[in-house]
Design a binder for this molecule. Structure first.
Ligand SMILES: [Zn+2]
Length: 361
């Protein structure tokens, strides 16, 4: 699962205000909704790229070129309708009808949540001109959402929604996007400092993305390290992951191979597999792994494992003697801030440490 990238195109802007009615300009409404939507999606771990983030003029060609160059997975253009009707509708290109499920999921969630009339998903059949160009010229699945009618009669909900409920519109759009992408909404539990590492680890099957703030057991920590090494090995610089299995009391079946591997390399002694692992214990394991890696791989030469005598003045009273070299090393190469050595380490912390480790290589 790759981290999803969405391109958001707020329609019009600059010299082109779009439709103007009831004291509002289309270009202002769609920009504000798009900026809020960007924040919501980013908090859900989705990458967002925008055609504009301020009131500037862009041609349709500039918008599609930016989108195609961005390598985005999806394109969403946001507009308001005009012509005196009521409700929301979503357009797709007649030449890209495979985009219909994406359009339907977003459109139907949006109208249901906002209480708007559902005008449905409609095809750009060339009878419609103007902004629909972006649907045909983008290479990724593309939709154009008409949020509501800016010039609707005031007995309809449209104008009130466009004027007063821009947060709600963005939220309602995000519900369909997230549903379509199948993203687990529990993921926002991940701390902001861990988000990049977390998605990297999910992408490479190092973690399944569950329970970021829970403590990690020794067998889980070794398994995460084993999967990280597997990734490194496949990229040409890890340690051979092949190992003969050892009988390990109390370990779960899924952890036998990783624990056997770690024991054969003297990275872990394999004891107490179901106990929680502390920060100093995991950093020690990572340090031992790195020293093995330096024997096997040139790539690890940048991970300086030398701790000088004069660096060993133990100002870290809580750090165990057996963990001190590893602890100083982790601080020296900015893997860790050197706090709370005896605390249990969480899953998002483990993943962040190995993410930083791979970025030091
Ligand atoms: Zn428009």
């Amino acid at each position: 699962m790759k981290r999803t990238r969405i391109f958001i195109d707020p329609g019009h802007g600059g010299r082109d205000p779009g439709a103007v009615a009831n004291g509002m300009r289309e270009s202002d409404i769609v920009l504000q909704v798009s900026l809020i939507l960007r924040n919501i999606l980013q908090n859900d771990g989705i990458e967002v790229i925008m055609s504009r983030t301020s009131d500037i003029t862009l041609t349709l060609l500039q918008r599609t070129q930016m989108a195609n160059n961005s390598d985005a997975d999806f394109f969403i253009s946001i507009h308001t309708n005009a012509g005196g009707g009521t409700g929301a509708e979503t357009f797709i290109s007649a030449t890209k009808q495979q985009d219909r499920p994406f359009a339907t999921t977003i459109n139907d969630n949006y109208v249901r949540i906002m209480g708007l009339r559902n005008r449905g998903v409609r095809l750009d059949t060339q009878a419609f001109v103007g902004s629909l160009h972006v649907l045909r010229q983008t290479r990724m699945p593309a939709i154009l959402v008409e949020l509501a009618f800016i010039d609707s009669p005031l007995n309809n909900p449209d104008v009130n929604i466009l004027r007063n409920r821009r947060n709600d519109m963005a939220q309602a759009l995000s519900v369909g996007i997230v549903e379509f992408l199948g993203i687990d909404l529990n993921i926002p539990n991940v701390a902001s400092w861990a988000v990049d590492a977390w998605y990297w680890a999910i992408n490479y099957n190092i973690t399944d993305g569950a329970r970021p703030i829970e403590s990690v057991t020794r067998q889980e920590a070794i398994t995460i390290l084993y999967r990280y090494n597997l990734l490194a090995y496949q990229s040409g610089f890890g340690i051979n992951p092949n190992t003969s299995q050892i009988d390990i009391p109390n370990a779960d079946n899924w952890a036998i191979v990783p624990l056997s591997w770690a024991m054969s390399l003297n990275i872990s002694d394999g004891t107490r597999p179901k106990d929680n692992i502390t920060r100093q214990e995991f950093i020690t394991i990572l340090y031992r792994y790195t020293m093995r890696l330096m024997i096997d791989s040139q790539a690890a030469a940048t991970l300086d494992t030398n701790i000088e005598e004069n660096e060993q003045n133990n100002t870290f009273n809580d750090v165990a003697n057996w963990a001190l070299d590893a602890w100083l090393w982790a601080i020296k190469i900015s893997l860790s801030d050197g706090t709370r050595p005896t605390d249990s380490i969480t899953r998002q912390e483990v993943v962040t440490l190995i993410y930083r480790h791979t970025n030091r290589l």
